[in-house]
Design a protein around this ligand. Structure first.
Ligand code: SF4
Length: 311
């Protein structure tokens, strides 16, 4: 790894700007806290609150119950109403209808930025274009988009990126509309748009990647280019954390961990510049723990901490 600026004699630990909780995660955690403080326990939440196992356990211990589907919820007595939290990824409209029919009052924590791809997907489909979504089909956010366009008579494809372009079997006469999962890398989306343009006469693309994702991806790219190793902290099920790890790996040695206990001293040996970043569901507490542990593991070499996590 080459460095543009002169390195200090001692190893340096740098935390990427914008690492950690995004606006959507802060919002859902705040809603969960308010429900815990004001409603009878347990508080039900559809799906895990955020993709961070430590935080999920912390909320479970305080009286939250996470259910995978509406069928796991208790039946309410006639006339009884209880609140249920919907997490930042959102749910398909059909699920909301079922909940309301069964007497649940929905506290909707869907991130407003997650609903933007929903609106564009509907517009693309209503205008009669083929809809191509870049993302992972099983991800709740994509399931939400598919639910929005269910019943509209257009072809819909979900592909992970430009490498899967041939799956679309595009024809020159196709009119294609593209959107992306909010947490996918924008370079891949730009490449996909380019590949579709090469094959079809009419292409419409909407940039549905959220600003928090842009900021985190830009920051880790910059950090990885000057670091000898980058530690990425976040849930293994977190899509945006996986993307950060992928980007770091393209430039330098990188390790994705869920928490401080997985950190290995051997990764830090001989490293002069150690980068840390974290996914949008990772609390600042976890970032601080990793930073402190790295400082301990490199204590003999007098590591310095060069940056603070931005709010
Ligand atoms: S990553 Fe973006 S879309 Fe997802 S919850 Fe955070 S702000 Fe919202």
């Amino acid at each position: 790894m080459s460095h543009e600026t002169a390195l200090p004699d001692k190893p340096l630990i740098e935390i990427a700007s914008s690492a950690g909780w995004c606006f959507g995660v802060e919002r859902i955690v705040d809603l969960a806290e308010k429900l815990l403080a004001s409603e009878p326990l347990p508080i039900y939440c559809l799906g895990e609150l955020i993709h961070n196992p430590q935080e999920v356990k912390r909320f479970e211990a305080r009286g939250m119950v996470f259910v995978k589907s509406v069928n796991e919820l208790p039946a309410l007595k006639s006339g009884e109403t209880r609140k249920i939290l919907i997490r930042a990824h959102g749910v398909v409209p059909q699920v909301k209808q079922i909940l309301e029919k069964r007497g649940w009052e929905i506290i909707d924590g869907t991130c407003p930025l997650v609903t933007i791809p929903h609106q564009f997907a509907k517009k693309i489909a209503e205008d009669g274009y083929r809809l191509v979504i870049m993302g992972h089909e099983e991800h709740p956010e994509i399931q939400g988009i598919l639910g929005e366009v269910q019943g509209l008579k257009v072809r819909v494809d979900v592909i992970p990126g430009p490498e899967a372009i041939e799956q679309l079997k595009l024809k020159a006469s196709d009119r294609v509309g593209l959107i992306s999962q909010t947490t996918h890398p924008y370079e891949k989306f730009a490449q996909l748009i380019g590949e579709v343009l090469k094959r079809c006469l009419e292409v419409r693309a909407y940039n549905t990647i959220c600003q928090a994702t842009f900021d985190r991806q830009d920051a880790i790219r910059e950090l990885a280019q000057k670091s000898d190793v980058v530690i990425v902290i976040g849930g293994f099920k977190s899509s945006n954390t996986a993307r950060l790890a992928e980007i770091a790996e393209a430039y330098t040695e990188s390790h994705h961990i869920e928490d401080v206990s997985e950190l290995k001293g051997e990764w830090l040996q001989g490293k002069k510049w150690i980068g840390i970043s974290a996914g949008a569901s990772t609390p600042h507490r976890c970032i601080e723990e990793v930073k402190e542990r790295i400082a301990q593991l490199t204590a003999g070499t007098g590591a310095q901490v060069s940056a603070h996590v931005s709010g």
